[in-house]
Structures are given as C-alpha cells and as structure tokens.
Design a protein around this ligand. Structure first.
Ligand SMILES: Cc1cc2nc3c(=O)[nH]c(=O)nc-3n(C[C@H](O)[C@H](O)[C@H](O)COP(=O)(O)OP(=O)(O)OC[C@H]3O[C@@H](n4cnc5c(N)ncnc54)[C@H](O)[C@@H]3O)c2cc1C
Length: 377
C-alpha cells in the first residue's frame, strides 16, 4: 500500500480484514498519517445530494456515509448529524436547486425535504433565502481521527505502517501487488509505473475564513449556496465543525505547489507541470470568469464573507479572521475537463486511485471495498 491518508488506510484495513494471512505493509511519505487532504478539509459527511445519479460518487457517498456513521458509533469517534441547508437566495438559482433535488431523490438521500423561507429561518435562525433543500442526515466529523482508527484496526490485524517512507518513482515492489492511494502525487506514481499519461493532478487550493468564536453560533449546522453546475466544487459554505468552530470556504484556486497551504508557496516542479499541461490552460479559458472570481476571493478574503452574507445577512467582514486551508488533488484531462467521478486504474498488478476528490473521505469505507475488489480480483 502506498499512501497513509484516509483512503489508503481504509484500503489497507479492508485488505488485511479480507486476507488475514497476507503480509500487507503501508508506506507513507510524511512522518505522520493523514497529513494532507485527509486532515485539511471541511469535515462534512456528505449525504449524496450533488452527484450525478449512477456515478460512483453518488453510490459510494450514500453507502459510505451510512457505514461511516455506524463505524464512528462503534468506535466512539466524532459525529454530529447537524444537518445542512442548500439555500437559493436568487430566483435564477431555483431551477438549479430543482435539479439538485431531482439528483438527491434519485440518489436516495436520507430524509431530504424542500423548505421555504419561513422553514429556513426555523432551521437556521440567522439564515435567509427563497427556498432550500434540507438534509438532516448531513454530519460533521474529524476525518483525521477516523483515519487514525483505520490505522489501529490495520495494525491490530497484523499490518505494518512505515512513516517517513516515500515510495519513489522507481519503486521496486517486493510483494505481489501494490495499491496506490497517493492523493496529490497519484498521477506521478501512476505514470512512473506505466499508467496512462492523463489525467494529471492539478492542485486546487482551498482557503477558509474562520468566524470569531463569539459569533460562531450564527450557524448551527451547515449552510451551503447553490453550486455552479459547471464546476465540481460546492461553493463557499459555512460549516460548524465538530469542535464548534465556524468556517467559511473553501475557495478554489490553482496552486503553485501540491502542498501550497500558504497562497504564496511555489515549487518549481509542481508549478512547471501544472503550466505545461494543456488542460490547465483549457480549464482557465473555459472558466475564466469563475477563475478570476476565485482568485479574488483568495486574495481578498472579505469578498468571501460578503458572498456568505447573502445567506447570512448578519455576517460582516469584521466577524472573520483568516482560517485554515487545504489543497485538493483534482484530476484534469488534456482538454481541460475536470474528472468528476472517482477513477481507479489497473496497471499490471498495481491498482492506482487516480481521482478521489470530495466526497472520498465520506465514501472511504465503500470506496475501499471497490479498490480491494480490484486488488484481489
Ligand atoms: C479543502 C478540502 C475540503 C474537503 N472537504 C471534504 C468534506 O467536507 N467531505 C469529504 O468527504 N471530503 C472532503 N474533501 C476531500 C477529502 O479530503 C479527500 O477526498 C480525501 O481526504 C482523500 O483521501 P486520500 O487518502 O486519497 O488522500 P490524502 O489524504 O491526500 O492522502 C494521500 C497520502 O499519500 C501520501 N503519499 C503521496 N505520495 C507518496 C509516496 N510517493 N509514498 C508514500 N506516500 C505518499 C501523502 O503523503 C498522503 O498522506 C475535501 C478536500 C479538501 C482539500
């Protein structure tokens, strides 16, 4: 196994549970588990509203969220079903909200209802809008803690974890099979092992604002805008995290490094690969307006607070301070299409997860089953 994020650990655990006598080891480049996406996210257990019916994301999100809820209950892990509103604040968003409702119903999202302006204010007293979808089953958790529990299960079953041990491009695999869940490095490892030259990973930085602690009770659960259907991101939302902080974000801007937790971080190799990939330029041409808007949000965070204030009129720029950030591993083809669904590639005896964007943390147990089927099949 390569990669000690939530997905690699879920797969390692699944392999060891299915094949107790097999020797399974996991290599993680960093000196700790869940160092990248798995600890730099919104911590939202999605209910499956957004995803195209029939897609892997739709199926594995709904299944994975249910399994994760049971797992967290059994292991005493963080879980609060604080619910979510997706709010239309403008008449022009209503057809998009209708489409989301259609998708959510096709995907079998638990407990979903359509609510009006008065009901919005009952569920989230500080929120305003014309119409909304309410998903009471949406929860918040701590995905890094869950990854830690998967690691404990794996080790208890006899698996071994090697931290600070990067698998290099010329990795000699001493064992029969290798599974790669390398997140932001997944394209490089796959190509080095003879995999398809595309898609490439383009790092998309997501920055958050944090609402001052004394104003954090403006939101009880999760308040989301109606997303732009052309983009795979959900729009800057307000999330009351498991530990009670209120975050606004994340933004979505192409980053200068695959670990650009600071906006200014650049790494020559990462930036060079991003800029040489034709898909990057095609993406920016196609989404130039959204790209400029996102860049402005990243560079002038008060804009983000203004956007959130459409749903939460009492929120002002004075209520927020800079918050954490994460970098998404987003797969992009050479024509500039963002790969929306989970993508797994078999290369000889290797299995490579080449795209595991949100909701892969929510889906981790269900997605791990699929990856394990491929590895053992
Ligand atoms: C800003 C943001 C918000 C998000 N919000 C949500 C959310 O609310 N809900 C949700 O379900 N999902 C969310 N996601 C998505 C979710 O975090 C990811 O889908 C998930 O964490 C992917 O897990 P992973 O194990 O594939 O990747 P990662 O956690 O990135 O793990 C990959 C691991 O591979 C290791 N690695 C890389 N190269 C090597 C190598 N050569 N040798 C050894 N190890 C290597 C890395 O060090 C890393 O630890 C969000 C993501 C971001 C960035």
């Amino acid at each position: 196994m390569v990669g000690g994020g939530i997905l690699g650990l879920a797969v390692a655990r699944e392999l060891k549970l299915r094949e107790p006598d097999a020797s399974v080891c996991l290599l993680e480049a960093e000196d700790r588990l869940a160092a990248h996406q798995s600890s730099h996210n919104s911590g939202v257990v999605h209910a499956g509203v957004y995803y195209a019916p029939g897609s892997l994301r739709a199926k594995l999100c709904v299944e994975g969220a249910g399994r994760l809820r049971d797992y967290c209950a059994e292991h005493g892990l963080p879980w609060r079903a604080s619910g979510k509103l997706i709010i239309a604040t403008d008449e022009r968003e209503i057809p998009r909200l209708d489409e989301l409702e259609r998708r959510a119903r096709a995907n079998g999202v638990d407990g979903l209802t359509r609510v009006d302006a008065a009901e919005i204010a009952e569920i989230e007293p500080a929120a305003r809008g014309l119409s909304a979808l309410h998903s009471p089953a949406t929860a918040v958790t701590d995905f890094a803690a869950i990854a830690g529990a998967f690691a404990q299960d794996f080790e208890a079953a006899g698996g071994t974890i090697h931290l600070g041990t990067p698998a290099f491009d010329d990795l000699q695999v001493a064992c029969g099979k290798a599974v790669f869940c390398a997140g932001l490095q997944s394209d490089r490892l796959a190509r080095a092992r003879g995999g398809s030259p595309e898609p490439r990973i383009v790092p998309i930085r997501g920055g958050y604002l944090q609402v001052r602690a004394e104003r954090a009770d403006l939101v009880r659960g999760n308040v989301y805008p109606v997303p732009d259907p052309d983009l795979p991101f959900l729009g800057a939302h307000l999330t009351r995290t498991f530990d009670g902080a209120l975050l606004i974000g994340p933004t979505a801007m192409i980053a200068g490094a695959r670990d650009a937790y600071r906006v200014s971080k650049l790494r020559r190799r990462d930036l060079g690969e991003t800029l040489r990939w034709p898909g990057t330029w095609a993406l920016m041409r196609h989404h130039w307006r959204a790209s400029l808007g996102e860049a402005a949000n990243s560079l002038r965070p008060a804009r983000l607070a203004e956007q959130a204030a459409r749903m939460l009129p009492d929120l002002t720029a004075a209520d927020v301070v800079p918050g954490p950030s994460g970098v998404r591993a987003q797969a992009l083809d050479r024509r500039g299409n963002l790969v929306e669904d989970f993508l797994i590639e078999r290369i000889g005896d290797d299995v490579h997860v080449r795209n595991a964007p949100s909701p892969a943390a929510t889906s981790s147990l269900a997605l791990a089953d699929l990856v394990a089927d491929q590895a053992l099949g």
